[in-house]
Design a protein around this ligand. Structure first.
Ligand code: PMP
Length: 314
């Protein structure tokens, strides 16, 4: 593996060279966003010479749930999808942190919007660095956009078309000089960031919007709730969050497969806490990377090894 581009993809029921994994411009999902996707990571552990997929079963379960929300049938169980992914990663022979993108989509080639039964599933993976040791806190603002409402496009699943909303939020944040933006729901409460969930810390309590706040049901969010409660002894409350509570928070961090655990240093040009990475964010971030790279024995169940361990294979 020499480039950062994938060489293969799972497409139409088999693994093919990436150049053969193509859809027509007439494909319904291309025209109307009637697809769903997952974003997953595998982490390379150099000591064990092993690549660990993080929470594969949970990601593939949500993938199937996202698909069902828009009547896409994924004809593979989470464990079959995991097997396909393992095969793909082995063929790519990645020995580095890797980003994984499964997609399921409406494949029919008519211009109608009806959700018929013509579904496709594909998957590709590419190297992308996971752990960055020292990060600076992000500069974040509140978006003028509103988060897509669950009654318009299901917000709790990863529906491709809904990412026009994320793209507007993220792009306008960048153009305004921010790294990302927090976005409110129509009712004025905090939903999440452009492609990640959010936690604030007030009086030592970690607070995150409920999953009925037009938030994506984030797997990192769920992971961090467990780690905060069980490992760091931090109380976690899921409730509505007001915009101005963010101005008063001691700590804010974003989380998701892409962001992992990312501190926020400024919100709407106001310094968060001391402006340095907060204690809870710091401890949580360190623990998270221990967990995802297989260095926390209690959480090995969340990891799926890709390669046959060397001492067994030889
Ligand atoms: N919200 C949105 C809109 C996202 O796209 C993501 C990334 N999948 C998240 C939150 C975080 O979800 P997860 O932790 O499952 O990656």
């Amino acid at each position: 593996m020499s480039t950062n581009k994938p060489e293969y993809a799972f497409f139409d029921g088999k693994i093919v060279p990436i150049g053969e994994a193509k859809v027509s411009v007439m494909t319904q999902a291309f025209n109307y966003g009637t697809g769903v996707f997952a974003g997953m990571r595998a982490y390379w552990n150099d000591d064990e010479r092993q690549l660990f997929i993080f929470r594969a079963a949970d990601h593939f379960e949500r993938f199937r749930q996202s698909a069902s929300l828009i009547r896409i049938n994924v004809p593979y169980s989470p464990s079959e999808l995991t097997d396909i992914l393992i095969e793909l990663l082995r063929i790519e022979d990645y020995h580095a942190d890797t980003y994984i993108r499964p997609l399921a989509y409406k494949a029919s080639m008519t211009t109608g919007v009806n959700l018929d039964d013509n579904d496709g599933v594909t998957m590709f993976a590419q190297p992308g660095s996971g752990y960055v040791k020292d990060v600076e806190g992000l500069k974040v603002g509140f978006s003028a956009w509103r988060r897509v409402e669950d009654n318009a496009i299901p917000a709790r699943g990863k529906i491709s078309g809904a990412y026009a909303n994320s793209a507007l939020i993220k792009t306008d944040a960048s153009l305004a000089g921010y790294d990302d933006a927090l976005v409110l729901s129509e009712d004025g409460h905090v939903a999440e960031a452009s492609t990640s969930n959010v936690f604030i810390v007030r009086k030592g309590v970690a607070i995150t919007p409920t999953i009925t706040s037009n938030t994506l049901e984030g797997i990192t969010r769920r992971t961090l709730i467990e780690l905060l409660r069980n490992e760091l002894g931090v109380e976690v409350v899921e409730r509505e969050i007001d915009r101005t509570e963010c101005y008063l928070a001691e700590e804010i961090f974003l989380c998701g497969t892409g962001m992992q655990v990312m501190p926020v240093a400024q919100i709407d040009h106001r310094t968060v806490g001391t402006g340095e990475i907060g204690t809870i964010t710091h401890r949580l971030r360190e623990l998270f990377f221990q967990v995802v790279t297989g260095k926390a024995p209690r959480y090995r169940d969340w990891l799926t090894p890709v390669y046959v361990p060397e001492h067994v294979g030889k």
